[in-house]
Design a protein around this ligand. Structure first.
Ligand SMILES: [Zn+2]
Ligand SMILES: [Zn+2]
Length: 178
C-alpha cells in the first residue's frame, strides 16, 4: 500500500473517532440539559405543594391540600424516575455503570472495587464489524516493551493489577491486600 493511501486512511479514521466523540459529548450535554429542566420542574412542584399546604393551614384544615398534594407528589416521583433513566443513559454513553454503593466504574467491571459486590454479567452490546478489506493493512506494530519498575499491587487470586484505592479486585472480587 502506498504511503499516501495509508496516510489518508489513518487521517479519516482519526476524524471518524473524533466525530463520534463530539456527537457523544453533544448528546451528554443534551441529557444534562433535560435533567436540569426536570429538576427545575420538581422544584416548582415542591413550591406549589408548600403553598397548598400553607393555604390549607390558613383555613385551619390541612386535608384541603390533599387533593393537590398527592398528585403533585406522584408527579415528582415519576420525574425522579425519568431523571434516573437519563443519568443511566449518560453513564452508558460514557461507558460506565454505577454500583449500589454509589461507586461509578467502567462498564465491563465484574466486581465493585469499593464494596466487592458482584455485578450481573454485562449484556453484550452488538458491535458493528467492519469487513477487513486489506489484510496487508495489518502491519506489524513494533513491540513496545513496557518496563515498569514501580511495584504494583496485584490480586493474589487472578493477577489483575490493582489500583491503589481499590479494596476488592474488580475482576474476581477477592479482597485486596494492603
Ligand atoms: Zn460497590
Ligand atoms: Zn482478582
Amino acid at each position: 500500500m502506498s504511503f499516501l493511501k495509508k496516510l489518508t486512511e489513518t487521517v479519516s479514521k482519526g476524524v471518524s473517532t473524533a466525530t463520534e466523540k463530539a456527537q457523544q459529548t453533544v448528546e451528554i450535554t443534551k441529557l444534562h440539559t433535560q435533567i436540569s429542566g426536570k429538576r427545575k420542574d420538581i422544584e416548582r412542584r415542591f413550591a406549589q405543594i408548600g403553598e397548598a399546604v400553607f393555604e390549607a393551614y390558613l383555613k385551619k384544615d390541612l386535608s384541603l391540600a390533599e387533593g393537590m398534594v398527592i398528585p403533585e407528589c406522584e408527579a415528582i416521583a415519576g420525574i425522579r424516575k425519568e431523571i434516573a433513566g437519563l443519568e443511566d443513559r449518560i453513564r452508558e454513553l460514557r461507558n460506565e455503570k454505577e454500583c449500589e454503593c454509589g461507586q461509578t466504574v467502567p462498564y465491563d467491571t465484574k466486581f465493585c472495587p469499593s464494596c466487592g459486590r458482584k455485578f450481573p454479567e454485562p449484556v453484550p452490546v452488538p458491535v458493528e464489524v467492519l469487513p477487513q478489506e486489506e489484510n496487508e493493512a495489518k502491519e506489524e506494530e513494533p513491540q513496545s516493551v513496557v518496563v515498569d519498575v514501580e511495584v504494583k499491587r496485584v490480586c493474589e487470586g487472578c493477577g489483575t493489577v490493582l489500583q491503589p484505592e481499590v479494596r476488592f479486585c474488580p475482576d474476581c472480587g477477592r479482597p485486596a491486600e494492603n
